[in-house]
Design a protein. Structure first.
Length: 87
């Protein structure tokens, strides 16, 4: 039985959790100066914006975000979905 690769094709090699860091992502997807406000597909968060609760220093996967303002039911609904490898 043949297997089907469902990973999107981007023309780039897959990220390596041991090497591919924020700077590498910016270099590939955001060639302009990140200090200049632009409309791009990558957003860089400040280093102290996130807290480490997972115990892993590095990980990779598709990112999922929720746009909500003071609406915890949307957050709860998203957390009830299957993870599908997302971070």
């Amino acid at each position: 039985m043949a297997t089907v690769n469902t990973t999107p094709t981007t023309g780039l090699p897959p990220p390596n959790a041991e090497r591919f860091g924020t700077a590498d992502v910016c270099d590939v997807h955001h060639p302009e100066n990140v200090d200049v406000m632009t409309t791009r597909s990558v957003h860089v968060a400040a280093a102290n914006y996130f807290k480490d609760f997972g115990g892993r220093r590095r990980f990779c996967g598709a990112v999922s975000t929720i746009l909500c303002f003071e609406n915890n039911p949307l957050v709860r609904a998203a957390l009830e979905e299957s993870g599908r490898g997302r971070v």
